[in-house]
Design a protein around this ligand. Sequence first.
Ligand code: ATP
Length: 324
Amino acid sequence: MKKVAVAEGDGIGHEVIPVARRVLEVLHPEYEFFNVELGYGRWEKTGCPCNDHEIAALKDADAVLFGAVTTPPMKDYQSVVLRIRKALDLYANLRPVKGDGFDIMIVRENTEGLYSGIEEIAVDRATTLRVVTRKGTERIAKAAIRLAKTRRLLTVGHKANVIKSDVFFRDICLAEAKAAGVPFNEKFIDALALDLLQHPQAYDVVVTTNIFGDILSDVASYLVGGLGLIPSANIGDRFALFEPVHGSAPDIAGRNIANPVAAVRSAAMMLEYFDDADGAHLIEQAIRQTLAAGTRTADLGGTAGTREFGEAVIREICRRKKAP
Ligand code: ATP
């Protein structure tokens, strides 16, 4: 029995996460689910987007199913996502991008780099400190290497020709890869971003620093049809959180048009984390079959609503579960 915390967050999180939760409930009726309210909506109601009580609730679960939160551009508003990543020490952000002939796993360092939070805005100058530590780099390198061991290649993405902290990051990653005996190469992140689009089949596991990984995975989503399709896992040594790569998309929220595939695939990644590879596979097959049958949301050129698409996927899961 697993305990799953469900944090829908804001915007389309309220639409795509119920679909993902339903999929988990169908496959694992024995799981216990509980809601955790956090995000901008909670801030509007209570003046606080997430307090210690919510953090404790997330820690109480075996895994968290997370939607997306809106971060308003207000000076003193603390980012909920950054707070959760720090509190749960979710240092590895895994973002798979799979399509015909390619299977890429972007491994993004999730706790430091340009997201150090050490920054200030003065009148004529603003600074953000890019922090790359040995501990942070070694553990993300090791996480990427663990994946590369079961696959074929590790690529280290960096900008070591310009940025000193990336010389540090690259050297540690390459030394770890060499010591572990996995095949590896390295590439400047800007050239990598273009080459990934032109030759996706040349890539397998790609490890990089925080903001580079964030941008690279959004760019890579172009290969598969956009942000509505890419899931992610945020993994630490004690906790795990699963969320779509996309944000709360306020522009399309509340209209039942968001694509729930990224959220449902995030649920599948949760099942893999729980060692239910069959369940994860079943979800992926059901998504592929539903898309292939022409049921698609508007971002993919279709007319299905979020709920209708979700129902079609669940029907397909039930059909496959019953089949001998
Ligand atoms: P946030 O500020 O929370 O990051 P955002 O709107 O700036 O939200 P995203 O939500 O990541 O950024 O997405 C950018 C745009 O891509 C959205 O405005 C929306 O139009 C589109 N989009 C994102 N996710 C989906 C989805 N699941 N289905 C359909 N369109 C999506």
